[in-house]
Design a protein around this ligand. Structure first.
Ligand code: SF4
Ligand code: SF4
Length: 306
């Protein structure tokens, strides 16, 4: 058994217990901060920057002005609709810790492996009875890959099943350090076309496509396709992604993840506009069914919704 550095630390922005998504059974999802992509439809925009971020919920504010006096960096403006100037904010968290109503919340906390494991241990029996375990998500967990590797090692030392949601965009060192401790990799493939990928995520996909075969060698891997009308929701894209998936060792399943707007309100809370605007409609069920038939026609299993 590999030794674990329980003092290793990283920035975690949420831990969600009792999830029935993102892996088998009942799971606890640990969300790590930081992501090298900026997908237009990102449902966790507060995760994108590695540093903690302040979120402001206007309807909880009672106007007590405590945050204004607490901020030493001039980042609070009571008259501004978005309240926090994120260019001036240093993520010190003073405003959030003094806010009496929870209108200001700091998302992102430095935690050691030891501390995260102490939270995860609360559900050990649930993991065992349900066939569940732990899923790392983000953000992109590989941004903090040294921490992720230690955390995953610690989970394996407990005998827990481990899964990881990943974009696959990382260094080879990160891939080699992390995936030996990942039982199930949920690997997003957003587009095979470099220009479409760049327009949708801010980066071209070469690194992801280069890492994918190695990830599939090291971990059981499912390919997931966030399916976004007007971006990658085309028959041609699903044919190309299916062909690519078939080249990956052991991959026999693609998940079609229909576009949703669940993260839209969070953009307002962090003072940003929703990049997708209001123009894009949810993926029609008949389109999802057609993509499913295309994938199945390539000899792969396909689940709509993951
Ligand atoms: S986190 Fe710190 S710097 Fe940022 S707005 Fe709050 S008090 Fe000011
Ligand atoms: S401390 Fe909280 S409740 Fe008071 S003004 Fe600031 S955001 Fe509003």
């Amino acid at each position: 058994m590999a030794s674990v550095n329980y003092k290793a630390d990283g920035i975690v922005f949420d831990i969600q217990r009792f999830s029935v998504h993102d892996g088998p059974g009942i799971r606890t999802i640990v969300f790590l901060k930081g992501c090298p992509l900026s997908c237009l439809w990102c449902s966790n925009p507060e995760s994108q920057k590695l540093a903690p971020i302040v979120m402001f919920q206007r309807d909880k504010c009672i106007g007590c002005e405590k945050c204004l006096h607490a901020c030493k960096f001039g980042a609070i403006n009571l008259d501004a609709p978005k309240r926090v100037d994120h260019r001036a904010c240093t993520s010190c968290g003073e405003c959030a810790s003094i806010c009496p109503t929870g209108a200001l919340v700091l998302k992102g906390e430095r935690m050691t492996v030891e501390k995260v494991v102490s939270v995860l241990k609360k559900d050990t029996v649930t993991y065992r009875k349900s066939g569940g375990g732990i899923t790392l998500s983000g953000g992109e967990p590989l941004v903090q890959w040294a921490f992720a590797a230690e955390l995953l090692k610690a989970c394996k030392a407990q005998g827990w099943h481990t899964a990881m949601e990943t974009t696959g965009h990382a260094s080879e060192d990160a891939v080699e350090a992390v995936f030996p401790y990942v039982d199930l990799a949920l690997l997003d493939i957003k587009s095979m076309d470099p220009q479409t990928h760049k327009r949708a995520t801010g980066i071209t996909p070469e690194v992801i496509h280069r890492n994918a075969p190695r990830i599939a060698q090291l971990s059981q891997t499912v390919v997931r396709v966030p399916t976004i009308p007007s971006i990658n929701a085309t028959d041609e894209e699903f044919v190309r992604i299916s062909h690519f998936a078939k080249t990956l060792q052991g991959v026999d399943t693609i998940h079609v993840l229909p576009y949703h707007t669940y993260g839209e309100n969070k953009y307002d809370l962090i003072g940003k506009d929703y990049p997708m605007g209001g123009e894009i409609k949810p993926l029609p069920p008949e389109d999802a069914a057609r993509f499913q038939r295309i994938v199945q026609g390539q000899g792969l299993r396909c689940i709509v919704g993951g």
